[in-house]
Design a binder for this molecule. Structure first.
Ligand code: MTE
Length: 319
């Protein structure tokens, strides 16, 4: 396998690489030849994902007012077509490999510029607020999107536990890293562990979710069990999976993707159809399972709720 330097690899490359690799199950499941998929067919889902064991039921769940009423992507799409590079860069790799990840016991430590640093077990996190179902659009930087019925609690419910100091302006999310369980981390695709960051006001925003489930069930490992970030107005890579540490800081965190290629992946990464990725347009996207591309919406359609966070900022400069 070709090992690329971090600066040479980009999420955009994954789909074509899967197709060029001619991964058998990928193409068999799609019922498409590689050429057909490249010419603009629906995005394929690996066959094995369709037999994946379902998680335990969560509930009762309140339906959030923030939910979209768009058609949901089905469970197979959401759990079979994943980005979780710790398990491999092919979209089917996380569904194939993530069962190796140990998710119990699991703790998350909240540290840095806070009054009361704490380490919480996942069971404690689940008790912080009532579980909600939030149906969100997820727009990937690779210009595909899907609609997911997440289950979670507001991220603010967790962050408030440690009383951030007034000087804290950002939060850094550090994710699980165990090479014994994560074959993808044996390759220097990114500088592991996967790290992401948000401004504190973004992290505290009511739309920002700490997801613990989807489709009313416990989150499958490949989608970031047992807890992951969801920031629906940003490109999907900001939504760090399998979080183990949250660090409050006064400096902008350096995310794994910005570290790998800062020219292509900025800190803000707000969905913005007017700012192209240096190598492709972000004006349109393909919804998983659909043939015709649709227009990408500013802030992924969540502008009414979040545009005020960026008043006065040049979003071409702070991309
Ligand atoms: N988190 C970790 N730890 N590792 C990853 O590779 N990929 C990101 C994000 N979070 C990633 C991650 C990217 S590129 C996307 S698009 C979303 O997870 C995908 O989430 P999904 O697979 O649940 O759709």
């Amino acid at each position: 396998m070709l090992i690329k330097r971090p600066a040479d690899i980009a999420p955009s490359e994954i789909t074509p690489r899967s197709l060029f690799d001619g991964r058998r199950d990928f193409i068999r499941a799609a019922g498409l030849g590689a050429g057909a998929a490249l010419l603009g067919g629906v995005l394929p889902v690996p066959a094995h994902a369709q037999t994946a064991a379902r998680g335990a039921k969560l509930g009762p769940l309140a339906r959030s007012a923030f939910s979209t009423d768009e058609k949901l992507n089905d469970y197979q799409d959401i759990t079979g077509y994943c980005n979780f590079y710790e398990f491999g860069t092919d979209k089917g790799d996380p569904a194939r490999n993530a069962h190796r990840m140990t998710t119990r016991p699991w703790t998350v430590s909240l540290e840095g510029m806070v009054q009361k640093p704490k380490t919480l077990a996942i069971e404690d996190v689940l008790r912080l607020a009532p579980l909600e179902e939030r149906i969100y659009r997820l727009r990937c930087v690779e210009a595909w999107s899907m609609v997911v019925p997440w289950v979670g609690i507001p991220m603010s419910a967790l962050l408030k536990q440690v009383e951030p100091l007034t000087g804290a302006k950002y939060v850094e999310f550090v994710t699980y890293h165990n090479p014994k369980e994560m074959p993808g981390t044996l390759l220097p695709v990114l500088d592991w562990p996967y790290v992401e960051g948000l401004r504190l006001d973004e992290a505290m925003h009511p739309l920002t979710l700490l997801a613990v489930g989807l489709y009313g069930e416990v989150l499958p490992n490949q989608n970031g069990a047992p807890m992951r970030l969801i920031v629906p107005w940003k490109y999907g890579f900001k939504s760090a999976k399998s979080i183990v540490k949250i660090r409050f800081t006064d400096k902008e965190p350096l995310s794994a993707w910005t570290r790998a290629n800062g020219r292509e992946y900025g800190f803000y990464s707000n969905v913005n159809p007017e700012v192209d990725h240096p190598r492709w347009s972000q004006a349109r996207e393909r919804r998983l399972g659909e043939f015709t591309k649709r227009k990408t919406l500013m802030f992924n359609g969540y502008g009414d709720q979040v545009a005020s966070l960026y008043t006065g900022m040049d979003l071409k400069k702070y991309f």
